[in-house]
Ligand binder design. Structure first.
Ligand SMILES: C[S@@+](CC[C@H](N)C(=O)[O-])C[C@H]1O[C@@H](n2cnc3c(N)ncnc32)[C@H](O)[C@@H]1O
Length: 232
């Protein structure tokens, strides 16, 4: 098994099936609603961007187009290696193995942090937030992208997959820590039913994945997300 930094939250979807997760990433938010919202709240032109829990680095090239410097941090060494391969020709991007709770970065060295479906799931992520306080420069911002379990087709599936999830507790957690919620409606848009089926199988137990596929026609899935964000 590949080396994994201490504190990593098991992420079987991308750890076990990085190629299928790539299909999922390509299907997410084809209209760029997340990118537009982040850009409006805190643009990153000329900035130093940290993509925390960057996985195979899918989002690094997008930030690298405008940022002065981009750092991907990822606890799974095999995925970090894949991220390095993805950005080998981008001189302003580096990838480090590490976890949110012990960032391999100096104090006050980052302007914008992007964390997408990684580690920051609400209660329990206080050590990572302390690290954000340490590394983000004054004037910077953090963006945390996670599911909105209260609405949309995907939100309903997510609730069925994780009945113990408490959206109100998650909202209280972020609000108390000075984060604001930007609710967004995005979608998954797949090229084939086979791609949708493969992604459902890495996100849900087999039985649920089969039922969701049977109940849902077409190639698109409406998907509500919360963009939690704050200035520093
Ligand atoms: C669902 S994947 C998302 C990957 C990437 N953000 C993307 O959108 O393609 C979650 C990622 O979070 C990483 N992760 C897990 N625990 C972490 C931690 N403690 N600190 C930082 N990243 C973590 C996993 O290794 C995995 O790559």
């Amino acid at each position: 098994m590949a080396e994994i930094a201490p504190g990593a939250v098991p992420s079987p979807n991308i750890w076990n099936s990085p190629q299928v997760y790539e299909i999922e990433n390509r299907a997410v938010d084809p209209d760029g609603a997340l990118e537009s919202a982040m850009r409006r709240l805190r643009p990153w032109s000329g900035a130093t961007v940290l993509d925390l829990g960057c996985g195979t680095g899918f989002h690094l090239p997008m930030f690298a187009r405008e940022a002065a410097r981009v750092v991907g941090v990822e606890p799974h060494a095999g995925l970090a290696a894949a991220a390095r391969r993805r950005v080998h020709d981008l001189a302003n991007v580096t990838v480090r193995v590490g976890a949110a709770q012990a960032l391999p970065l100096p104090d006050s060295s980052v302007d914008v942090v992007h964390v997408r479906w990684a580690y920051f799931f609400g209660p329990g992520c206080e050590p990572g937030l302390a690290e954000l306080d340490r590394v983000i420069r004054r004037g910077g911002a953090a963006f945390v992208i996670d599911n909105d379990a209260t609405r949309s087709t995907f939100g309903g599936w997510f609730r069925q997959g994780l009945p113990s999830y408490d959206p109100a507790a998650v909202e209280r957690f972020w609000t108390r820590r000075g984060f604001q919620r930007e609710p967004l409606m995005i979608k998954w848009a797949f090229r084939s039913r086979e791609d949708l089926a493969a992604v459902l199988r890495i996100e849900f137990p087999e039985e649920l994945a089969a039922r969701f596929l049977g109940e849902h026609a077409g190639l698109e899935v409406d998907y509500a997300v919360n963009l939690w964000w704050r200035h520093y």
